[in-house]
Design a protein around this ligand. Structure first.
Ligand SMILES: C[S@@+](CC[C@H](N)C(=O)[O-])C[C@H]1O[C@@H](n2cnc3c(N)ncnc32)[C@H](O)[C@@H]1O
Length: 378
């Protein structure tokens, strides 16, 4: 079966036909409320009209997000793209529908690195990705990846050629102190010329207690048995602290094969692509027939934070970026994700590239891209 399915229709009609709990990842990029499509033709003063416009957008989204919640599995998460027009309203609406305790992140996505030069104020160069779990406790999201581990963070090299960095063995988090973590407050012995560290006194070894920068008592991050088991991963050094030179203990933190790092909440265009690269991607597989597609890199990064056998849903599919990204990511990591895309038969603008290329509706574009992806990749 083609892992990329498409249904044409108003998502509010299609979503209720889908089984409860049947999707693990929902990505949507709803209309941003930039134009007047959500404003009522009325003669309210400006403030009232703006208020009505937001209300109309929220009323459009609420029943669709309630359906989204219903079709999410207990391990699932929803990712929603949004810009400044509705970011605040959407955040509150998602809190209402999914519960504030299921908020995972509000990610800044730098899709327009040059920034919008039109209009006053700043050259806006980012939008947002709001992430909520169906249930934060059961959510399968894992934001650690090998992709963003930076060799430059590991500037030291051991005799055997392995790269590493020094991390203080003492716990720098003030929440952990001799009162809250009593068993981690004990002396170790170290010698800075050889670097030797031991939990027992030795000839020439200095007794070292964990202290904060201001000299107040702290605790170690490692227990005594762990220190005894991994003495070669520790090193004693003389350092210049706030209160002058002192002897301290450091962990050698190795850059090993498969090392992972948590993704930050700022995603740059270099990492995931920009709106320009998204247009170029669409041009390669189809033609320049959609105004603001998302880069497949954005959706692929989302997919890597969730299980590789996820059922994926995009019910504002547009040009079909999510289906394309699912096919690319499966190819890259051997995943078995399947994707359902939904878009209604919104007529293309007369005279637009899409209309001139013979696409009568956006749904025609979605279908055409997914067919091109299937022909090229499956
Ligand atoms: C911002 S675009 C999505 C773009 C997409 N992420 C991409 O990369 O091409 C929003 C899409 O939602 C579709 N849409 C809006 N309201 C809809 C509805 N009620 N049901 C289904 N599709 C809808 C529009 O036709 C449009 O294609």
């Amino acid at each position: 079966m083609d892992p990329n399915r498409f249904v044409e229709g108003d998502n509010l009609d299609v979503l209720p036909t889908l089984a409860a709990g049947s999707f693990d990842v929902i990505y949507i990029d709803p209309p941003y409320n930039t134009g007047n499509e959500f404003a009522y033709a009325d003669d309210f003063r400006d403030g009232r009209r703006r208020h009505t416009k937001h209300l109309a957008w929220v009323s459009m989204m609420r029943p669709r997000l309630l359906e989204a919640r219903r079709v999410l599995s207990s391990r699932g998460a929803i990712f929603v793209s949004i810009d400044d027009n509705e970011a605040a309203h959407l955040r509150l609406l998602l809190d209402e529908v999914f519960g504030e305790s299921n908020f995972i992140a509000q990610i800044v996505v730098n899709l327009n690195p040059k920034g919008r030069q039109l209009g006053g104020g700043f050259a806006t160069s980012h939008e947002y990705l709001l992430v909520y779990a169906r249930s934060a406790r059961h959510c399968a999201l894992d934001a650690a990846t090998t992709e963003t581990v930076n060799q430059r963070d590991f500037p030291l090299t051991a005799a055997d050629g392995r790269a590493f960095r020094h991390l203080p063995l003492r716990n720098t988090n003030k929440k952990f102190n001799p009162v809250s973590a009593r068993t981690l407050h004990f002396p170790v012995w170290g010698e800075p010329t050889t670097g030797r560290v031991s939990s027992e006194p030795f000839e020439g070894g200095h007794e070292i207690w964990p202290v904060f920068g201001d000299g107040t008592p702290a605790v170690w991050r490692w227990s005594r048995p762990k220190i005894d088991a991994q003495p070669d991963d520790l090193v004693c050094r003389s350092v210049n602290g706030r209160l002058g030179p002192r002897i301290d203990v450091f962990q050698r933190d190795w850059l090993h094969e498969g090392r992972r790092k948590k993704l930050s909440t700022i995603w740059t265009a270099e990492e995931i692509g920009s709106t320009d690269t998204a247009v170029a991607e669409l041009k390669v597989i189809l033609a320049h027939v959609f105004e603001s597609p998302k880069p497949t890199g954005l959706v692929r990064r989302i997919l890597t934070t969730m299980p590789a056998d996820s059922e994926v849903l995009d019910f504002f599919a547009g040009s079909g970026t999510t289906g394309h990204a699912v096919a690319l990511q499966n190819l890259a990591d051997g995943g078995t994700r399947r994707c359902l895309s939904i878009n209604w038969a919104e007529p293309t603008r007369p005279g637009s590239n899409a209309a001139l290329a013979g696409y009568r509706t956006v749904a025609d574009i979605t279908r055409a891209r997914l067919a091109a992806v299937a022909a090229a990749l499956h």
